[in-house]
Design a protein. Structure first.
Lengths: 274, 186
């Protein structure tokens, strides 16, 4: 556009700098999500959940989720009901023993009906009456009692607390379970830039990259590294007082840090006149 | 179930289409808007909030996009308006340019290259802040975003000759400022 308009051409160096600036750096997903959340509130649009990419109302998806929730609720209610409520058909199985079936001890009940049972016996009977009698005891092998036993077994297992089953589940877990590896890698990558700047003794460059790190990972996992590098960056940038303060905070916060030596060395490199 | 009338259904469909368009605009151009705001002098600490404001305005004017401008140029028009308001606030007038905390995380190059890029970008941003608002806008649009003269004239609502005269002065001042920053780092 400048050929016939008397606009001077840019020199090579300026053009090269502008070429770098031309490339628009990408926005990190969490930052994008933050802006999106604020925007959704501001323009009255439904905020898409984390990771979602659409402001448009996903009507179909919304109804599908609602339907799935209702079905899950109904199923859970059904299972819970079967577990906690006594089966209305069972008293006849428990107490109205069919003829020819093996004998079940009904002594407490008989004793109560005869007026000769002690209170302990009655309470023991009452507490057991709520639970179905095991098929072994009734000698019945029909589907319902088998299912009840299975449910009981399942319930007992769940009530047993941190049982062997749970322990074996945990055996398979990685020690870094719950850590977002992609995020950790991104953190490490940013701190590598800071480290490179420190190695090149470029204090302001290190602090600039650290600003980027702190914005993206306010509560990052590698904060300790970042804090140590910050002290080094501050020393290199000549901000000695700040470096001393941050160094003291670092020593207090991470007394056993592996980077404490580097931080101390960096602080010792401050000229004595400062 | 309540049935939607034809009118309200059309309205809903229009709203849905607009939201989809806005969504696409946001996803595609957020990074550009954020970067433009930084170039226009919005501090790193405020740039996310100001970008949000830009998109609120974009959302309100979604149906009134001028056919002459490209999408980026159209968005730049909003960004420059919001950035100008931002700078006019008393608390921002004398603010020194803060370090550039650009997103380095996706660049697949070595830490050294990233650092060099960061330094260059910071130098460019510093040099841009030396220019006055009018020249800065023209330089950004012409030499960084690569818009054509008539497009710049349309977005900034100024005559084409004014675009060229501002660009001439802007280039000279920018090159001088960049050389001054050289060696001094950020």
């Amino acid at each position: 556009m400048t050929q016939d308009t008397n606009v001077p051409e840019l020199d090579e160096e300026t053009r090269a700098a502008l070429a770098i600036e031309k490339e628009v750096p990408a926005i990190s997903p969490h930052r994008r999500q933050k802006i999106r959340a604020g925007l959704a509130l501001a323009v009255g649009l439904r905020h898409a959940p984390s990771g979602a990419t659409s402001f448009a109302p996903a009507i179909g998806a919304r109804w599908a989720v609602r339907a799935a929730l209702i079905v899950c609720g109904l199923a859970a209610g059904f299972v819970l009901g079967r577990l906690t409520l006594p089966d209305p058909a069972e008293p006849s199985q428990r107490f109205d023993r069919p003829s020819g079936s093996p004998s079940v001890s009904t002594a407490p009940r008989d004793a109560v009906s005869n007026g000769s049972a002690s209170s302990d016996q009655v309470s023991a009977r009452d507490s057991k009456a709520a639970l179905p009698v095991s098929p072994a005891a009734v000698g019945s092998t029909d589907g319902r009692t088998q299912r009840t036993e299975e449910l009981l077994r399942h319930t007992n297992k769940a009530d047993a607390g941190p049982s062997e089953g749970r322990k074996t589940d945990r055996k398979g877990e990685s020690p870094t379970a719950g850590v977002d590896h992609a995020s950790l890698a991104a953190e490490r990558e940013l701190l590598d830039v800071v480290r490179a700047a420190v190695l090149r003794r470029n204090g302001s460059g290190a602090l600039d990259a650290l600003t980027s790190y702190r914005r993206d990972f306010a509560s990052g996992l590698l904060r300790e590294d970042a804090d140590a590098l910050e002290v080094q960056g501050l020393v290199l940038a000549g901000r000695y007082e700040e470096a001393r303060q941050k160094g003291a905070v670092f020593g207090h916060r991470y007394p056993h840090s592996l980077m404490l030596g580097a931080v101390t060395r960096s602080l010792h490199s401050i000229p004595a006149t400062e | 179930m309540r049935r939607l009338s034809g009118g309200s259904f059309t309205c809903l469909l229009e709203q849905w289409t607009l939201n989809r368009a806005f969504d696409e605009l946001f996803e595609t151009h957020l990074a550009y808007v954020v970067r433009s705001l930084r170039r226009l002098g919005v501090s790193e600490a405020d740039v996310d909030d100001v970008a949000q404001e830009v998109f609120v305005r974009v959302h309100a004017n979604l149906t009134s996009k001028e056919p002459i401008a490209s999408t980026r140029a159209w968005l730049f028009g909003f960004a420059r308006g919001v950035a100008s308001n931002y700078r006019q606030l008393a608390r921002h007038r004398n603010e020194t340019h803060d370090p550039d905390a650009m997103d380095l995380w996706t660049t697949g190059s070595s830490p050294e290259t990233k650092l060099a890029t960061l330094e260059t970008r910071t130098r460019v941003l510093h040099a841009l802040q030396v220019l006055d608002e009018a020249k800065r806008e023209v330089l950004i649009m012409a030499d960084i975003d690569g818009f054509a003269g008539p497009e710049i004239a349309a977005v900034l609502s100024i005559p084409l000759n004014t675009v060229y005269s501002r660009l001439r002065l802007a280039r000279l001042e920018f090159a001088r400022a960049l050389k001054r920053n050289e060696g001094g780092g950020a």
